[in-house]
Design a protein around this ligand. Structure first.
Ligand code: EPU
Length: 302
């Protein structure tokens, strides 16, 4: 979608919103898949209510983009614009055990910065690409921990009220790869309460998690992490592997040889290829195991 109305474009500047026309979303996602649309980069959280009012009044649909690392975007010209926060400097401010983090902060850099200041707890998520906001909205987790356990406060833009709100941690429910946020709420900032640990000890944990991840996941390839959620008491990766589906391909979309729940873009895969591969694997798992796998990856298909 292209925003051409000069009156609308002029208002973006007043709101400190940077319009980048015709961005290819394949360049902004870890899967390297996705069509074209206008990107609106937001420098000031407080401008969001007015910005959304402007978009609504002009019937311009939108999506909120975090780090693009758990996302499959459709092909071609997209029927909505994309909104993304500009990362402020600094993006993490520490106050005792509390880390005040902007949603646009890089997850790995935030974990390392806190570790250097003797704040741990987040070691399991080292190596997971993406922003803190993205990790928060889907309660990212690994190696027995999840980010939700450390959340004390969240500032967000509520899609329903079109207002900025602040929620305490106990007002939010964090479940396995799921939160009580609405799908189109936009995370703005979070306060995490992290346990004090000596840097050396945290570093040890980080090394162990890094090693486990390197040995079991295709880190050097274009992927969106795990494609499916694990069904209760089972592993999607193991089931797909047991069915002998590693290497199964549709075009350049391919089930990873290293971890069967990672689907990689081995070249110039389209969203159509990836979606066909997802459907094919889901069907085969359903047939053999009677389990309907739920997507873990977020799909923006027009
Ligand atoms: N397995 C296989 N073949 C495979 C992959 C896995 O047999 O191709 C077996 C493993 O040997 C292991 C079991 O399946 O016995 C579970 O595998 P793994 O430890 O790799 O964990 P997972 O359940 O597949 C989950 C998360 C990952 C997270 C790891 C580590 C989900 C969907 N996935 O994977 O998160 O990194 O645990 O904690 O919950 C993600 O969210 O995108 C993601 C990658």
């Amino acid at each position: 979608m292209r925003i051409r109305d000069p009156k609308v474009v002029a208002k973006f500047a007043e709101m400190h919103v940077d319009l980048q026309p015709g961005k290819v979303l394949a360049d902004l996602t870890s899967l390297g898949i996705g069509g074209t649309t206008d990107l609106l980069r937001i420098k000031n959280h407080e401008s969001l209510p007015d910005l959304l009012k402007l978009l609504d009044a002009n019937h311009i649909q939108h999506k909120f983009l975090g780090g693009g690392s758990n996302l499959l975007v459709g092909d071609g010209e997209l029927p909505w614009v994309v909104l993304q926060l500009v990362r402020p400097e600094p993006d993490v401010v520490l106050d005792g055990n509390f880390a005040h983090v902007d949603a646009a902060a890089d997850l790995g850099r935030m974990i390392t910065f806190c570790a250097k200041n003797d704040l741990g707890g987040m070691e399991g998520l080292i190596g997971v690409p993406g922003t803190v906001g993205g990790a928060l909205r889907m309660n990212a987790g690994a190696y027995g921990m999840q980010i939700g356990s450390y959340v004390r406060e969240v500032k967000l833009f509520r899609a329903a009220s079109r207002k900025i709100e602040v929620l305490r941690g106990n007002q939010i429910s964090f479940e396995y790869r799921h939160t009580s946020f609405a799908p189109d709420d936009m995370m703005l900032a979070v306060i995490l309460e992290l346990p004090c640990k000596p840097y050396k000890e945290i570093l040890q944990g980080i090394r162990i998690c890094n090693e486990k991840r390197r040995s079991s996941q295709p880190l050097g390839q274009k992927s969106a992490g795990c494609i499916f959620k694990n069904p209760p008491g089972a592993s999607a990766g193991r089931m797909i592997d047991e069915l002998g589906l590693k290497g199964l391909s549709v075009g350049d979309a391919r089930v990873s040889d290293r971890h069967a729940n990672f689907f990689v873009n081995a070249g110039r895969a389209s969203a159509k290829d990836m979606l066909r591969l997802i459907a094919e694997v889901r069907e085969r798992v359903q047939k053999t195991y009677g389990v309907s796998l739920e997507n873990e990856v977020v799909v923006w298909n027009a």
